[in-house]
Write a protein that binds this ligand. Structure first.
Ligand code: ATP
Length: 418
């Protein structure tokens, strides 16, 4: 048989495990969906919509819940002649200012592919630069007015605008500037808790009329979510019984994210499928999950590594050496001392301590290291440890720095690696 054929032993429909798949029901979110639906209910009453702020770590169903509920809300709204609901959605990834969000909203309303263009008169898209902010906001108000009815503006990943949050004050305030018949509500979605804390008080007052927290999933909830997906995505009887609990446990320990759990199951299924194609049994096993976790972590380090300088790689190498000796988490002061030794051995000039701290902090932003707050009789101090497995970090480092067998041997002696 050729390389490309439709034969598959494990995966019935891979799309069901993809991130953009919209499940028919959201498991384990009844409470949050009820709260969210209550916040949107004024729309159906023909009243001014609430402004809603949704927050929670990444991958916990904020976007999926929003799509589900808005679809349902739109269907319900169609049953009432006096409710003309128009939803304008914008993913704010890449918008770092309120100005950019406003321009993108204007262009979303004016986009020929947007259903709203049929109700508003066609206008030229606006350029992303060259106007005063006030002018952009005025254009936006005019466009919203021509859309008319009840308008929900959904701003996903809104934290991208950082502290430049004027739009979140201006939009809800636009209610008072628009025609009396136009009703406007803003739904803000964010996975950045600091963003919510740092919103200016005037924005908090208006945007966070209704706040809904989506907490991380625990292992039991993740198992339930995975089971429902696996039932549709995989053939019967291909899952060994410990696979879903293991995928759920890995993700619950780390982030509580359904996205992460689904990604792990998808990868494990892929590896099992390849094994089955090569004549192995048509089963996903615990070993496939462990291999999938290893590959995903390795990929994460490799991706993080693209943004690391050679010095950043040496800092990571230092933490790997300490991990191999069973010495992590380790204090930054001692990491720095060991780093100087590593650099001496590589014949390179070490950086100043401050810069090494910066590299440690970058590595933890990339999810490669984890910062541990520790305290002793002498006060609080920072410690770092690997946030990925030692073997995936070494695999990724080896592709840049050459072989690291001595660290692997040390890790085996200390029973850190098998
Ligand atoms: N309760 C759930 N039941 C079924 N699938 C879920 C559930 N929660 C999340 N998912 C799935 O997990 C993936 C991530 O969900 P979603 O994009 O809604 O997360 P999010 O909280 O919006 O994340 P981010 O903040 O990164 O945008 C999607 O594929 C979604 O279908």
């Amino acid at each position: 048989m050729g390389r490309f054929n439709r034969e598959s032993f494990i995966i019935q429909d891979k799309d069901v495990l993809r991130d953009d798949y919209q499940p028919e029901t959201l498991e384990e979110r009844d409470e949050e969906l009820d709260e969210y639906a209550a916040a949107l209910r004024p729309v159906i009453q023909g009243w001014q919509p609430n402004n809603v702020f949704l927050y929670g770590v990444t991958g916990v169903g904020k976007t999926a819940a929003t799509h589900d509920l808005l679809e349902e809300l739109q269907e319900s709204a169609e049953e009432y002649d006096d409710v003309d609901l128009n939803v304008i959605e914008l993913n704010c990834t890449g918008c770092t200012t309120s100005y950019q969000v406003a321009v993108n909203l204007v262009n979303e309303i004016r986009s020929p592919s947007h259903p709203l263009t049929t109700v508003s008169s066609p206008r030229e898209p606006m350029s992303e630069t060259g106007y005063q902010q006030k002018r952009i906001f005025n254009e936006l108000y005019n466009d919203l007015e021509s859309v008319g009815g009840t308008i929900l503006v959904v701003l996903d990943e809104i934290d991208n605008i950082g502290s430049d949050d004027d739009i979140l004050y201006e939009l809800p305030r636009a209610r008072s500037q628009l025609d009396l018949d136009v009703k406007l509500g803003v739904v803000g979605i964010s996975n950045d808790f600091k963003f919510r804390e740092n919103l200016s008080p005037k924005v908090k007052d208006t945007l966070c009329e209704e706040e809904i927290l989506f907490p991380p999933y625990d292992a039991t909830e993740l198992q339930n979510i995975l089971k429902h997906r696996a039932d549709i995505a995989l053939y019967d009887d291909v899952l060994e019984s410990d696979v879903i609990p293991l995928c759920a446990a890995f993700s619950a320990q780390d982030s509580g994210s359904a996205r992460q759990a689904l990604r792990l199951l998808r990868k494990a299924a892929d590896i099992a499928e390849n094994d089955a194609m090569a004549g192995g049994e048509a089963k996903i096993t615990e070993d496939h999950v462990r291999e999938a976790e290893h590959q995903i972590q390795r990929q994460q380090v490799v991706e993080g590594m693209h943004s690391l300088t050679r010095q950043g790689q040496y800092v990571l190498l230092t933490v790997c050496q300490l991990a191999a000796e069973g010495e992590t988490p380790e204090r930054t002061k001692l990491i720095y001392e060991r780093y100087r030794e590593v650099l001496r051995n590589h014949g390179s000039e070490p950086l100043k301590r401050r810069r090494v701290h910066d590299h440690l902090s970058d590595l933890s932003l990339h999810g490669i290291l984890r910062l541990v707050d520790s305290s002793s009789g002498r006060g609080n101090y920072n410690e770092y440890e690997l946030d990925v497995s030692l073997s995936s970090a070494l695999d990724a480092l080896e592709s840049e720095l050459g072989e690291l067998n001595d660290i692997r041997e040390t890790a085996k002696r200390h029973r850190v690696l098998e």
